[in-house]
Write a new protein. Structure first.
Length: 632
């Protein structure tokens, strides 16, 4: 995009009234911003704002000509990296007021899209941080790394070709350490700042002079060949590098390297920086009008390229007195080659007028720009919305259409401005329609029994005939009672009272206070049982030691033992006895009380030992011993 800027600097103005221009290439993905311009009759000045918004500005660059290129031309990395107490930050590039516009061009415009970085420790090679440059603060490092390397990647454009360029910064990992900064890079062709170079061309590089530069070098490569070092000379605050004269045209990549006296450095590699060569004008169409600059009589005017009569008026308009192709008798502007119509009679021709019909709506957004009574035609039927009774043409009259400007929608149940066809939550109750069983009822989202009445209103959510107020499992149609409150209904629960005893074995399956394993847990004793040789007729052989752990004061009335083993318990065991192990030593002593005795009736059978007198078990544990008398 080309801008020709003119103004009056006889009365200079100060911040914050400077204009800002932003451009975007239609259909493309690159834009540019030019901020803080002071426009004069003989050119323009780029102003550098101070660290504070209220600071007076200073002149950053001044150009004598009035042409300013935006969105084209050589781009370079212009920001500075600084370590502030371990926090690595990008300092403002001083080419504009936005700190993150770290990519600039030769006209001082800033570019911020698609900038990424990766930081590593140059000593060890390990990664420190990476990502997109979204904020000025990038990362913190307190790792003890001596030298940090950060590579920034940003897009550049050569014509319609998008390329990636890099800027690699190496700096000491210490507080207040700063990288060198490239303030401006200019491509000069025949004495003017340009986007390409034919002959008599040079590169000008301006560095931030706040730091002492110990080494500086500029290299170029032509069409991907070997890097060549350019001769440089420091003149009037800038480094000047003459470019070689070559035939034809070549794509130039540019490498700018600078190092400060304290060893901090920057290497900016700009791929596709510009085109160079004697024939370059035969390959460039700066105004994008389809005619290369070498053949274009108006290289900065996309509406003109030829001037057959040489009168300075392009052939496209030079057909009558103003060469606009319209006879003066019907030309509202007979002396203006760019105008001939003035629909609203305001003295501004339609080509220049941004509101041809004078209805207050700019032509750029006016769908009926020559009809002062209309500006919007949503359905494109040629009838403006003011007159049209169905603005979006969806067949639903506007008076009945909740979204009259959306042809894909006519109903908006929750009134959120998103029609039900697109809305993922039609009733706006926070439950997505795909999960909402009543998607058009904002007060309901669940209908457990599928009766069309949501659970909030339904008195029997699961439809099992038991009112929710009496149903302990109101969302389970197969259950309504849950004695132990474990979330499993009694129909499915195998231990209804939750006392740890299966209902099939529980004398009182709905009474959790009846003594069973709900309040007493059997634990194997830590006492070691010795392997003994047992002979026929031996008595009081200790075969099991166990504890009962209780969480309530209970009565012990009986113990059930289950026999297992290779022998025949019904024949080989004469007597089974249960004792309290008073001293918990795992051996049968005189003080150990006999509680109950009996014998197995069948092999591998079970034996219920009923206590003559139930004993009380206190909260805690009690250790027991089981002994056998071996038959003769």
């Amino acid at each position: 995009m080309l801008l020709t800027l003119h103004g009056d600097e006889s009365m200079p103005i100060g911040w914050p009234t400077f204009p800002t221009f932003s451009t975007w290439i239609v259909g493309g993905d690159t834009g540019s911003d030019s901020a803080e311009l002071s426009i004069g009759e003989d050119g323009y000045k780029k102003l550098n704002r101070g660290d504070s918004d209220v600071d007076r500005v200073s002149i950053f660059l001044a150009r004598e000509n009035g042409d300013m290129v935006m969105g084209q031309g050589l781009r370079f990395w212009s920001a500075q990296l600084e370590n502030e107490g371990g926090q690595y930050r990008l300092q403002p590039d001083r080419n504009g007021y936005v700190a993150l516009k770290s990519v600039s061009d030769s006209w001082g415009n800033g570019y911020s899209e698609e900038v990424t970085y990766s930081a590593s420790c140059a000593d060890t090679g390990h990664s420190l941080s990476s990502g997109s440059v979204i904020h000025a603060s990038l990362f913190s490092d307190y790792s003890g790394c001596n030298l940090v390397e950060v590579e920034f990647r940003y897009p550049v454009f050569l014509g319609d070709t998008k390329l990636e360029s890099t800027s690699t910064v190496r700096m000491a990992n210490m507080d207040q350490s700063v990288s060198p900064r490239i303030k401006m890079v200019e491509l000069i062709s025949d004495g003017n700042v340009s986007v390409y170079a034919e002959s008599n061309a040079a590169i000008n590089v301006y560095l931030d002079e706040a730091q002492a530069i110990s080494e500086f070098m500029v290299e170029i490569t032509l069409d991907g060949g070997a890097w060549e070092v350019l001769n440089s000379e420091y003149l009037d605050g800038k480094y000047v590098m003459p470019l070689p004269v070559i035939d034809g045209v070549s794509e130039v990549a540019l490498k700018i390297s600078a190092e400060t006296a304290d060893g901090n450095s920057i290497v900016n590699v700009i791929n596709g920086a510009f085109l160079l060569g004697s024939d370059v004008a035969q390959h460039v169409d700066l105004d994008d009008d389809g005619v290369v600059d070498d053949l274009d009589h108006f290289p900065f005017d996309p509406t003109e390229s030829g001037d057959a009569d040489g009168d300075g008026i392009g052939d496209n308009s030079d057909t009558d007195r103003d060469n606009d192709g319209v006879e003066d008798s019907v030309d509202a502007f007979p002396d203006d080659p760019a105008e001939w119509l003035d629909s609203d009679g305001d003295g501004i021709g339609n080509n220049e007028d941004t509101d041809d019909d004078g209805d207050g709506v700019p032509d750029a957004v006016d769908q009926l720009p020559l009809n002062p009574g209309e500006s919007v035609d949503t359905d494109g039927d040629g009838i403006g919305n003011n007159e049209d009774t169905d603005d979006d043409g969806d067949g639903v009259p506007d008076v009945e259409d909740q979204l009259p400007l959306n042809p894909d929608e006519s109903i908006d149940t929750d009134g959120d401005g998103i029609g039900n066809n697109e809305d993922t939550d039609d009733d706006g109750d926070g439950v997505p329609d795909v999960e909402d069983q009543l998607p058009l009822n904002p007060d309901e989202s669940i209908d457990t029994d599928g009766d069309g009445i949501g659970n909030n209103e339904d008195a029997d959510d699961d439809g099992d005939g038991v009112p929710d107020s009496e149903d302990q499992l109101p969302l389970n149609s197969n259950e309504s009672i849950d004695t132990d409150g474990d979330g499993i209904g009694n129909n499915q629960d195998t231990d209804d009272d939750g006392d740890g005893v299966e209902d099939s074995e529980d004398v009182q399956p709905l009474n959790p206070t009846y003594w069973d394993v709900a309040n007493a847990a059997v634990q194997g004793s830590g006492v070691s049982l010795q392997n003994l040789e047992v002979g026929r007729g031996d008595q009081n052989i200790v075969v099991n030691v166990f504890k009962l752990n209780t969480n309530a004061t209970l009565k012990l009335r009986s113990i059930t033992l289950q026999a297992r083993g290779s022998g025949n318990d019904g024949v080989g065991i004469d007597r089974v006895a249960l004792h309290i192990d008073a001293n918990e030593n795992g051996m049968l002593d005189a003080q150990d009380q006999l509680l109950a005795e009996g014998d197995y009736l069948v092999n591998n059978g079970s034996l219920v030992l009923e206590l003559d007198e139930p004993i009380s078990l206190p909260i805690g544990h009690q250790q027991f011993i089981v002994t056998y008398d071996v038959a003769l």
